[in-house]
Design a protein around this ligand. Sequence first.
Ligand code: MEV
Length: 315
Amino acid sequence: MKGEGIGFGKTILFNEHFVVYDIPSIVSAIGNYTVARIEPYDKAKVELVDNRKATPNYKEEKLTQQQDSLKRMMATMNIDPSKNGIKITLEGNLYVASGIGASAASCVAIARALSNYFDMNLSDEEINNIAYEGEKGYHGTPSGVDNTASTYGGLIWFQKGEEKAIEQIALHYPIEIVIGNTGKVANTKAAVAGVRERREKEPEKYQAIFDRAENIAYLAKDAFEEEDFKEVGKLMNENHKLLQQIEVSSRELDFMVKLARDAGALGAKLTGGGLGGNMIALTPGRELQDTVANAIEKEGFQTVKTVVGASRKEA
Ligand code: MEV
């Protein structure tokens, strides 16, 4: 429809936080997405109506960041809100929470919707760049991993910096995962700043952790390419340990990770900024996915059952 755009949610399988320091990461779009719809508005301003289903307090806590994000995107697209009265409505089947790419999905959806509404005909690369500007409103200094997954879909090897890479990792079939929500809204900006501070204080300790994170990324890529999901799971468990060591996990995240592993998940770790938000468990096959999701839900947490590695059409 004219003036409509979508952005996928995402889950990071390897190396959130480390990716900010140019270490490779592996991220996947998920099947759930946000839709933005643009309509003319009779006042010379931008009205944003956020109808997304969300974790309690998420929308309230992110409101200032959302407004900042929107301003940045409009400026990048040279759209003057005082000359173009528009109403933007956000909805879709992505349940909005920390760690699931909600901000990136909304940025990509809005950029696509604006491009369509104003007949700009922008490429994916341009949409990705605009969404990256939007992400700055939420993250400060985002790596770009979230908006990249949200724009392109699929399972992606992502690295920023001198060795910048955005490569699809092809799987023969998508793999089931469970995403568990702590119900706690987390501040990614603060989580990233905390890592920076501690890394500066303890450079040697952090260097060793970062070196191992880099190794894990390459091992995980090989394991995905060989479709050795047991190995992928083991590496996810190790990646979680590194994330604990840089102090971005939380009691609830560790608890859910343990629940998932005890229920038979091949691997489990926090996903995204941490300090609340979501965890991910690798659960190939519907049966294992149901078992793990039930174990998490029994403790009162919400889950999303979805897949990683779906192509853009399937996602
Ligand atoms: C947040 O989804 C991922 C982080 O690595 C931040 C970023 O990459 O911008 C924590």
